[in-house]
Design a protein around this ligand. Structure first.
Ligand code: JFZ
Length: 481
């Protein structure tokens, strides 16, 4: 009887499953109405919503009261109170004695903030999602938190619900909207009291943290919850698994939302829909779980720095190297810029993002919707990174190498350096080319490329560099005939 029931369920489910090839186990997991238990093993069994793996490129925004002094980093308040020399001196030199961090609030005016302009920039940059700091460690919220009196953007500063404004504008350009949210707040007295109690009390968690997060979920329906500030306490204190079970089972975003891995000591790189691990994490090899490389265009800070120098800013070549190597290894790239207190985005950031967008509008087929191939980084030529397009999506393991049953419709090799004498020498694609069943082209260049194989290496004659469209990061396409 039990077996029969199980069979019917499985048959009913498999018919809902698109073209994807799933194992028996995976199909059973997908039974509609499955409830997740507030335990990591259960939460980890959730298939990854496909949109996130396909998206590949996101924009990260660190915006808050730290954008007002615009000095050091978004850790300004903590640096100052912690006695950081440079920050203390900066305050002494530029602000009256007794000036408090709270006084930055009214100075955060966002008078030039035009969310449509932002969204249009991010869209042109090729982003498929945008993540905004709804609350950083300072505790100031960019939405009217019902528990953050006089410490939110609707009451103090811009007098606007910035989360709502960005969410609406981003969605009007068909991008997904996500919220960054810091679990801890440096100076929240209720949190500090729990901390003094060695996290045996949970007043902050029960009365502030989860009500706030649920407000965010109900009011803005975020597609991503990018959690942070988890490292002072275990997930047991934060009650992370209960929140996630609610999010996956009963929230209005249960079928589409994805979360990262910062949910308590020991959790990063181990649990969550995708892993950030450390900041600017880019392991350079294939990972066995969906991951994301969050990195900054200003190499020194997430928040805006008024004294940022040009040599601190990633070049387009560096930016593309991050993007290409990340996607090749199964990751997404979350590219951070810090908006100014006026609500503008520095022209140098705009320039980099638009250059990325230009590159993606030509080479995007090697990025969006792709999967890791058998090889990530060519063995012979370390400046070559591979991706492929395959016919199936594996929600259990989106970053897996192609399997036997996968039909590969194209293989891409992105070259970060133009080879000497226009002659590219690579090794890892030799088997695929050996049979003579592939045609080789360069995106942004006419005609097929000549190639030959000699003692296990592939020699590809590239076109004249002056005739190709791209100025950096050139994409070769290997297509089965
Ligand atoms: C995205 C960033 O996240 C955190 O910084 C971290 C968090 C985790 C690690 N880590 O695990 O290595 C490093 C920096 C924040 O403190 C920082 O301000 C920024 O918001």
């Amino acid at each position: 009887m039990r077996l029969l029931l199980l069979l019917t369920v499985v048959i009913a489910t498999t018919s809902q499953i698109s073209a994807s090839i799933r194992s028996w186990e995976e199909a059973v997991q997908d039974v509609k109405g499955k409830k997740y238990a507030p335990k990591w093993a259960s939460l980890d069994s959730r298939p990854l919503p496909e949109w996130f793996d396909r998206a590949k490129i996101g924009i990260f925004l660190h915006w808050g009261l730290y954008s007002v002094p615009g000095f050091g980093s978004e850790w300004f308040w903590s640096n100052w109170k912690g006695g950081d020399n440079k920050t203390v001196k900066f305050m002494e030199a530029n602000y009256p004695p007794g000036f408090s961090y709270q006084e930055f609030g009214p100075m955060f005016k966002a008078e030039f903030f035009d969310p449509e302009k932002w969204a249009s920039l991010f869209h042109k940059a090729g982003a498929k999602y945008v993540v905004l700091t709804s609350k950083h460690h300072e505790g100031y919220t960019l939405f009217p938190s019902k528990r953050s009196f006089s410490w939110n953007s609707k009451e103090v500063g811009p007098k606007r619900d910035l989360v709502k404004d960005v969410a609406n504008a981003v969605r009007s350009k068909n991008m997904k909207f996500g919220v960054y949210h810091s679990l801890y707040e440096w100076f929240n007295p209720i949190y500090l009291e729990d901390k003094r109690n060695l996290f045996t009390t949970r007043n902050y968690v029960n009365d502030k943290l989860w009500p706030d997060l649920k407000q965010l979920v109900h009011d803005y329906h975020p597609s991503i919850i990018w959690s942070d500030g988890d490292w002072e306490a275990f997930d047991v204190y934060w009650n992370s698994t209960s929140f996630l079970a609610w999010l996956y089972n009963d929230s209005p975003v249960k079928d589409t939302v994805v979360v990262n891995d910062r949910w308590g000591i020991g959790i990063p790189c181990h649990h969550g829909d995708f892993y950030n691990c450390a900041d600017r994490y880019n392991p350079g090899k294939l990972q066995n779980h969906k991951w994301e490389n969050a990195f900054t265009v200003d190499s020194k800070s997430w928040g805006y720095r008024r004294n940022m120098a040009i040599e601190d800013v990633l070049s387009i070549e560096q930016l593309l190297k991050e993007v290409v190597s990340t996607v090749s290894c199964g990751g997404n790239a979350l590219i951070n810029v810090g908006p100014t207190k006026e609500g503008t985005i520095a022209a140098i950031f705009q320039e980099r993002l638009l250059a990325l967008g230009d590159w993606l509008s030509l080479n995007g087929e090697a990025i969006y919707g792709t999967s890791p191939w058998h090889s990530q980084n060519d063995t012979r030529n370390g400046d070559v990174w591979y991706t492929c397009v395959k016919s199936t999506f594996n929600a259990r393991h989106p970053s897996a190498r192609p399997r036997k049953n996968d039909v590969i419709t194209a293989i891409y090799a992105v070259l970060l350096k133009w080879p000497e004498n226009n002659l590219l020498v690579i090794s890892d694609i030799v088997q695929d080319l050996h049979s003579g069943t592939h045609e080789v082209t360069m995106i942004g260049s006419e005609g097929h490329l000549k190639w030959n194989i000699e003692s296990g290496l592939v020699y590809i004659t590239l076109p004249d560099k002056a005739t190709v469209e791209s100025n950096y990061a050139w994409t070769l396409k290997f297509k089965p005939k």
